[in-house]
Design a protein around this ligand. Structure first.
Ligand SMILES: NC(=O)c1ccc[n+]([C@@H]2O[C@H](COP(=O)([O-])OP(=O)(O)OC[C@H]3O[C@@H](n4cnc5c(N)ncnc54)[C@H](OP(=O)(O)O)[C@@H]3O)[C@@H](O)[C@H]2O)c1
Length: 250
């Protein structure tokens, strides 16, 4: 096969697994990326390597493509090393850094955003939710559209290469995200409690790794679904049915 475009998404992204199994995580996040970069260079395919805002330490946002990375954890370090081997081995490749993602899922646990809905639904149980780290939840369909737009542009203009950023533009903490989920479905939120101190003991995460997206924006590339629209579409299948609705479906 000689694909025109390869979007390389496969990675080990679970922070604790990467911390505890750095060798096998590196084989995937770095080694596979290097192999794909070489193979794509051989077939003349445009390679887009999906990377992460966790390459930054989050202390001085926003971050442009030229900002100095300084990952705080092993996941960020392996993804940054993946970026480097891709760009070293494939002159025409692109790195697309994105922040925390959400979208249509089969299980809420599939994304760090949708998983919060489990706590929102359990309104009889107090839930302490982080209100310290600043996040920019981004719809996967928007990222997919950006990849398509980059690929179409690349076919017209081979000079498109190097590092790019794409991100939603609504800054929210996980606590604010959970409240927004409750609001869009008119669910109670009194059981949701904000935790405003920096988390201790957990794998370190950046405080605010906001990505500046002006490089893609200047090319006229982008798509942003408003968070409340995207999250409603992603989560409605997980709403428990009321008794009357269950009867209707029977
Ligand atoms: N999720 C986020 O919030 C987020 C944020 C920033 C950046 N990213 C980046 O976005 C990319 C996609 O993340 P994601 O959240 O979609 O990750 P994910 O849900 O863990 O999915 C990773 C995919 O990689 C595949 N994969 C893993 N190991 C493989 C292997 N050895 N061979 C072939 N396929 C393999 C998995 O296939 P199976 O399902 O068959 O195992 C799965 O489809 C990653 O590069 C990640 O670093 C993600």
């Amino acid at each position: 096969m000689k694909p025109h475009v390869i979007v390389h998404c496969a990675a080990e992204k679970r922070l604790d697994i990467v911390e505890n199994h750095p060798y096998s995580a590196s084989l995937l996040n770095v080694g596979v990326s290097e192999n794909l970069a070489k193979l794509a260079a051989g077939t003349g395919s445009f390679l887009i390597y999906i990377s992460t805002d966790y390459v930054f330490d989050g202390t001085s946002p926003p971050y442009t493509e030229d900002s100095e990375p300084n990952p705080l954890n092993m996941y960020g370090r392996t993804k940054l090393e993946g970026e480097r081997v891709v760009l070293q081995n494939n002159d025409g490749a692109a790195v697309l850094r994105v922040p925390v993602l959400y979208g249509n899922v089969e299980r809420t646990a599939e994304s760090a955003i949708t998983v919060l809905f489990d706590q929102v639904l359990q309104s009889n149980k107090l839930a302490n939710i982080d209100n310290w780290q600043q996040r920019f939840p981004t719809e996967v369909k928007d990222v997919a559209s950006v990849c398509v737009q980059m690929a179409e542009r690349k076919l017209q203009d081979p000079s498109l290469k190097g590092i790019f950023h794409w991100s939603g533009n609504e800054q929210m903490t996980k606590y604010e995200i959970a409240c927004a989920m409750a609001d869009v479905f008119n669910l109670p939120r009194r059981h949701l409690r904000p935790v405003t101190q920096e988390p201790v003991g957990a794998t370190p995460r950046p405080w605010n790794p906001q990505l500046d997206c002006s490089r893609l924006e200047a090319l006229g590339i982008g798509q942003r679904t408003p968070f409340r629209v995207g999250i409603k579409e992603s989560l409605w299948p997980f709403l428990p049915l009321k008794k009357s609705q269950q009867t209707m479906f029977h």
